[in-house]
Design a protein around this ligand. Sequence first.
Ligand code: NAD
Length: 320
Amino acid sequence: MRIVVTGGAGFIGSCFVREVLGGEHPELAGAGVTVLDAFTYAGRIENLAPVADDPRLTVERGDIRDPRRVAEVLDGGADLLVHFAAETHVDRSITGAADFVTTNVVGTQVLLQAALDAGVGRFVHVSTDEVYGSIASGSWPETHPLEPNSPYSAAKAGSDLLARSYHRTHGLDVVVTRCSNNYGPYQFPEKVVPLFTTRLLDGGTVPLYGDGLNVRDWLHVSDHCRGIVLAATAGRAGEVYNIGGGTELTNLDLTRALLAVVGVGEDRIERVADRKGHDRRYSVDWSKIRDELGYTPRVPFDEGLATTVAWYRDHRSWWA
Ligand code: NAD
């Protein structure tokens, strides 16, 4: 079995690659993995260090917006393509949206077309719950309309719908996953958990947006990867699967949890002006993947947060 993983040097993609090659997913045992990654600021070869010597791993530098390069990498086909590559930081999409459109939308279309041309067996498009917008109460089922509010989530929604269109129009075997917020090791320190953790470890303060009451569901990255493996191996073609079931917290509660793990007080919180267009609350209904594919999250939040902070403490050279 050959699996192509775009964005496999990033936070979630590298977790997926380390776990697959590390034998944590029996469904994919023995698979060869080809990583296709442009190595932007968010993609780092060090993220694959634990599996660097595995002969089943091939790393290809390439931009998903480049049809020739993508066709080269997909030459010979693949049983499975898992598409993680994207521009992912909402704040960056507010100050400059162009790369978000070209990578997330155009790059995904290039990849879908190349997968169709190369006869890829299944295309898993890794999307996000942010495509749904913001929800005051209750949770989004997969059938909820897409109402993205940031340039990041709008570009992800565009790619999500392109993936659907290649299934409907061309019959490409596509599965889309929409996951809630991830945390864990190897996450670039621009996102809230690693940003706050590294600042606290450095003795600094943490910038909390607005009133701190925006709510997110926090899921350990390894639970997300298990959901993706289930969707990839047992999901139905053309379907969307929400992945969630982490812990819903306000940003203030998340910050307090981090302060407690690091062992410092609330004087380290610095209130800053809110993010433009800041979605108030995200909440996915993940009963479909639970009932159809038997997914349940495994990592308790307190334990996951403690091991994540410990990882940043022990890997200062990775982020310093
Ligand atoms: P990340 O920013 O850590 O990694 C993105 C990877 O894509 C990097 O390795 C980068 O080099 C690569 N990349 C960027 N542009 C590229 C291009 N043009 N060509 C080839 N490679 C390119 O992102 P992440 O947090 O690991 O997210 C991975 C995927 O999961 C994204 O599609 C994201 O939308 C989705 N997702 C993320 C979360 C989350 O909480 N982080 C939640 C749900 C869904």
